[in-house]
Design a protein around this ligand. Structure first.
Ligand SMILES: [Zn+2]
Length: 443
C-alpha cells in the first residue's frame, strides 16, 4: 500500500534526480522493457524515470544499470522521510474530507500522495498530509492569496472585491487565463477571498514562466484543473463512462429540464463508439448543446501510462469524436480523477488545456442510484460552492434505467430549485473546450 505513497511529484526537480540515493540497482537483461522492470519492482513508470534521470525507454540497452529503489534520504522510495504528517484513512472517509481536514487543496493532497486513487480509498491506508520542508512548494495553493507572484515583477495589483472570480478579473484586464495564472502562480481560483491582492500586469510581458518546454506546435502552454464553474449560480452536471443505452432518455430529460450537460465519454467501455447507434447518440448530444469530452478510449488510469500509451488513449477517442461532430476535445476528465505531474505533462504535450474534476461526487455508483443520497451530497457541496461541477455516471453496476433517470431528475429539480442554472462545460469554465478548427492531433 505504501508503494503509492511516494513524494516524487511534489519535490523540486533537483531532488528527484539525486542518483546518489539509490539503494537498489538492476542490470537490464535482453528482452527487458521499462514496463517489465517497473512492474517487477512494483514501481510506476514515473517512479522509475525519477530514479533514473534521462532514462530512454525506447532505447533500453542490455547491461545498463538502473536504479529500482531510492534510499530513504531521497524521499522517492517511500514518503516517510519527507512526509511530516501522515493520516490513517478511516472507514467512510473520502479524499475530500481529508484534504479539507488538513486545509489542503485536492492537488496538494495528490502531490503528496502520488498515485492516490480517491475513488477506491481504503481504510487503513496511510496518506501524507504534510510534506517536509523540501516539498513545501507544491503547485496547488490552498490560500487564495497571490502567493506565487513576485511583487518585484508585478506592475499592477488588483484587490479582490466581493463577488469577484478569477474569470471576472482576467476578463476585466483583457488577460488570457494562462497569462493571469502565470502572473499569479499558485492562485486557487476556487478560494478567492475579498481583499486578496492579485497581479494583473507584470513589468515585462515575457516574465511569465511557462513551464512547457515542448516544441510541439499544438502543445498547450498551460493546463488548468477545474472543480467549479467560473460564474456563481451556474452548475455543470457531468456524466462519465458512457455512451450507454440510457443516454437518449437522459437527453430527453435534460431537454425537458432546460439543462445543458457534459458527457465524458469513452470509446470502448460501456459501448463501442463505432456502432451507428452510439454515433447517433453522440451527434445528438452535441447538436442539443451539450459538450462531448474525453474520458480516454478505454477508461485507463493515466498515471499508469507511458507517454505513447497516453497518446493512443487520447487520439483514438478524439479521432472518433471528430468523425462524428467535427470537433476535437482539448478537455478531459481523467478516469478516477487520477493524475500526477507526468499526466499533466503528457496532456499538455498532446494539446489538452483543461482537466475537469468535480466539486460534488454524487457517488451514484456507491449508493446504487439512491436519489436521496445524491441530493444529500449535492446539498453538502452547495454549502461550499454556488457553482459546482457535479459528477454522475451514464451507467454503473447494474443500475436500472428508471432508477437512474429518476435520480437525475431529482438532482436537476433540486439544483434548479435552488436558482442555479445547468450549463455545459464551455459555459461553466468560460473557455472553448474543443481545439480550434484545423488543429489536428499533434504528432
Ligand atoms: Zn469514469
Amino acid at each position: 500500500m505504501l508503494l503509492s505513497l511516494y513524494l516524487v511529484s511534489a519535490l523540486p526537480l533537483e531532488s528527484r534526480l539525486n542518483k546518489r540515493s539509490c539503494s537498489k540497482t538492476y542490470k537490464v537483461v535482453k528482452g527487458d522493457t521499462c514496463y517489465k522492470i517497473w512492474n517487477k519492482y512494483g514501481l510506476s513508470e514515473s517512479k522509475l524515470k525519477n530514479l533514473n534521470s534521462g532514462l530512454s525507454c525506447s532505447n533500453l540497452k542490455t547491461g545498463t544499470t538502473l536504479c529500482v529503489a531510492g534510499s530513504s534520504s531521497s524521499g522517492s522510495s517511500s514518503g516517510s522521510s519527507s512526509c511530516k504528517t501522515t493520516h490513517t484513512v478511516k472507514s467512510g472517509e473520502t479524499c475530500y474530507k481529508i484534504w479539507k481536514q488538513y486545509g489542503l487543496s485536492e492537488s496538494q493532497l495528490r502531490n503528496l500522495n502520488s498515485g492516490l486513487s480517491c475513488s477506491s480509498l481504503k481504510a487503513g491506508t496511510k496518506l501524507c498530509v504534510a510534506g517536509g520542508s523540501s516539498s513545501g512548494s507544491n503547485s496547488g495553493s490552498s490560500s487564495g492569496s497571490s502567493s506565487g507572484s513576485s511583487s518585484g515583477s508585478c506592475k499592477t495589483q488588483y484587490t479582490v472585491q466581493s463577488g469577484d472570480s478569477c474569470y471576472k478579473i482576467w476578463s476585466k484586464y483583457s488577460l488570457s487565463e494562462s497569462s493571469f495564472k502565470q502572473m499569479n502562480s499558485g492562485i486557487n481560483c476556487s478560494k478567492l477571498h475579498k481583499g486578496d491582492k492579485v497581479c494583473v500586469k507584470t513589468s515585462s510581458s515575457s516574465s511569465g514562466s511557462s513551464t512547457s518546454t515542448s516544441t510541439n506546435s499544438h502543445s498547450s502552454s498551460s493546463f488548468t484543473w477545474y472543480k467549479e464553474c467560473v460564474h456563481s449560480k451556474n452548475y455543470a452536471i457531468t456524466f462519465d463512462d458512457g455512451v450507454y443505452d440510457y443516454d437518449n432518455e437522459l437527453l430527453d430529460l435534460l431537454k425537458k429540464k432546460g439543462v445543458k450537460a457534459t458527457f465524458f465519454i469513452n470509446g470502448n467501455n460501456m459501448s463501442d463508439i463505432k456502432s451507428s447507434s452510439v454515433r447517433k447518440t453522440i451527434k445528438r448530444m452535441y447538436d442539443e448543446g451539450h459538450n462531448v469530452l474525453s474520458h480516454t478510449w478505454s477508461h485507463a488510469d493515466l498515471t499508469h501510462l507511458s507517454k505513447s500509451s497516453t497518446r493512443s488513449e487520447l487520439k483514438k477517442l478524439e479521432d472518433e469524436i471528430y468523425s462524428i461532430i467535427g470537433k476535437r476535445p482539448k478537455s478531459i476528465r481523467p478516469p478516477y480523477g487520477s493524475n500526477n505531474s507526468n499526466t499533466v505533462d503528457h496532456l499538455k504535450y498532446y494539446g489538452y488545456s483543461y482537466g475537469i474534476l468535480w466539486h460534488v461526487d454524487t457517488e451514484d455508483w456507491k449508493h446504487k442510484g439512491d436519489a436521496d443520497q445524491s441530493i444529500n451530497r449535492i446539498s453538502k457541496g452547495l454549502k461550499t460552492s454556488d457553482r459546482p461541477i457535479i459528477l454522475n455516471h451514464s451507467y454503473f453496476d447494474k443500475i436500472k434505467k428508471d432508477k437512474l433517470l429518476k435520480m437525475i431528475e431529482k438532482e436537476l429539480d433540486y439544483l434548479n430549485g435552488k436558482g442555479l442554472k445547468g450549463v455545459n462545460m464551455e459555459t461553466c469554465i468560460g473557455h472553448n473546450v474543443y481545439r480550434s478548427s484545423g488543429e489536428g492531433f499533434p504528432n
